[in-house]
Design a protein around this ligand. Structure first.
Ligand code: NAP
Length: 280
């Protein structure tokens, strides 16, 4: 039986543990806090959980599910406990810097990114079936052993995810558009709404906010730590996407200002057509 190790028992690590155990894998978990480990065992995330990476010495495949900044340092600390062919993967939302560093450290490293989440964080937020029907991106490079890619892909498919393979750079450029840009746009939207200076109007807006606001503000109201890390680790791609977005926004302002309703209509029609290409 394949034994799984998970480092970082939060939303993603915890949810992986729940699903992998329910599919018959033996799961060992490591996290920073004693309390997290206790809850992880109580919730059925891991068969055993503790603070020492030594606990993962018997794992065949290890998922590093810590915040992005801790992924490569965690791998460094793990190395003394690994067998030569232990497969290590991560779940970080950005791939290029992680894959660059981790593949130098460990031959059997394969970068990956399960594209599922909620606005919650921590072990309490772990939930079953989080990855069902979600995209699971694998980012092997030339030197990645095929077996590492295959094993992680098999597990992603067992979780019910749809797998995709691309280079770390392609991944980061694509997610800048559909994941990292929306977080910044959505945060800016919430921030702009709070700039209303009439207290009664602001209160009314808060009372009237409903499904439209819920949909457009959801990703901006999530885990701030994650948003900052997206910007830090995918800076160049995110800046490129944000500049394009600002240009489009300026164009809309211009059309509305000069009452060019035809041009505005063209943009909205084109947006309405293109949306389904992203959400088919
Ligand atoms: P999270 O809920 O905050 O979980 C991260 C967990 O890692 C924390 O609960 C913390 O546990 C533990 N941790 C932190 N530093 C650690 C360290 N140095 N060693 C061991 N454990 C450590 O965050 P998350 O949303 O699961 O994100 C984790 C990773 O998944 C990130 O790399 C992120 O980019 C990626 N990801 C997130 C999403 C999303 O939507 N949230 C989606 C896809 C991928 P303790 O309580 O024990 O400190």
């Amino acid at each position: 039986m394949t034994t799984i190790g998970i480092v970082g028992l939060g939303l993603i690590g915890g949810s992986l543990g729940l699903d992998l155990r329910s599919r018959g894998f033996q799961v060992y978990g490591v996290s920073r806090q004693e309390r997290t480990c206790r809850i992880a065992v109580e919730k059925g995330i891991a068969d055993e959980a503790g603070l020492s990476l030594e606990l993962l010495a018997l794992a065949d495949i290890i998922f590093i599910c810590t915040p992005i900044a801790a992924i490569a340092p965690t791998l460094k600390q793990l190395i003394p406990y690994l067998s030569p062919e232990t497969i290590v993967t991560d779940v970080g939302s950005v791939k290029t810097p992680i894959v660059q560093e981790c593949s130098q450290l460990w031959d059997y490293f394969i970068g990956s990114h399960p594209m599922a989440g909620t606005a919650e964080q921590g072990v309490e937020a772990a939930q079953k079936d989080l990855f069902v029907n979600a995209a699971y991106v694998l980012t092997p490079i030339e030197t990645t052993p095929t077996i590492a890619t295959q094993k992680v892909e098999e597990i992603a498919q067992l979780l019910g995810s749809k797998t995709y393979t691309c280079s770390p750079e392609q991944h980061d450029r694509a997610v800048a558009w559909i994941s990292h840009l929306p977080v910044m746009v959505s945060a800016a939207l919430i921030d702009a709404c709070t700039s209303e200076t009439d207290a009664r109007v602001l209160e009314l807006a808060q009372q009237l906010a409903s499904s439209g606001f819920r949909d457009t503000s959801r990703v901006g109201g999530g885990n701030p730590e994650l948003g900052v890390m997206m910007a830090q680790y995918n800076q160049e791609n995110l800046l490129r996407s944000l500049s394009q977005y600002r240009e489009r926004l300026d164009r809309l302002i211009e059309y509305i200002d000069r009452e060019d309703w035809d041009k505005l209509n063209n943009v909205l029609e084109s947006a309405s057509r293109s949306r389904s290409d992203f959400l088919s």
